[in-house]
Design a protein around this ligand. Sequence first.
Ligand code: TPP
Length: 204
Amino acid sequence: MNSANDNPARNTKVMNRFDLTSRLIAKLKNEEAVIGGIGNTNFDLWAAGHRPQNFYMLGSMGLAFPIALGVALAQPDRRVFALEGDGSLLMQLGSLTTIATLAPKNLTMVVMDNGIYQITGAQPTPAAAVADIVAIAVASGLANSTWAADEDDFERLIEQSISAAGPTLIGVRIDDKPGTGTTRRDPVQIREHFMHGMGVREPL
Ligand SMILES: Cc1ncc(C[n+]2csc(CCOP(=O)(O)OP(=O)(O)O)c2C)c(N)n1
């Protein structure tokens, strides 16, 4: 019988969202799309260096992976990364089975697991006590799902995902720090910039 102490996530290093996001952004050379989930994941994406290919989700939890799925299906030749908090993903777990079924091989998902709803006051998420998000992803059909042991492992898993035969999910344990920046809260502008970045709008 497994207990919370057997959770493989507990054996991984506690890292930092902004540091990991910056490491990811530093690797991008091919106009890859990056979708940041609500709050801290998109704040740190913004702070890591705004790019026209970044999309910043405002308002609703759990939509980074579904939006990224749509982009990955619409533009199969483009690599798509999605960053989501553990609390947000737990509100939208059905997206994992949908992604496993449609299986776009150009999609890499990163779950930033701090075990809390940091931005609303650090209430514990269910993931903190009992759930193993990577195990949930594997059971949802996403066989290529792994906890990153440390920063080097995270970078290796990101690179590996680019040539993977199917979608990849990477779980990272992170500290309780808030996001580093603040996204400009203008959804229309965010959408237009992103569509331009995806090459589906005339230049602004
Ligand atoms: C559907 C919905 N429920 C609740 C909220 C309020 N809310 C906004 S962000 C957030 C917590 C997000 O937690 P997590 O995804 O784990 O990210 P973290 O804040 O820890 O970085 C909550 C509860 C919301 N925006 N949308």
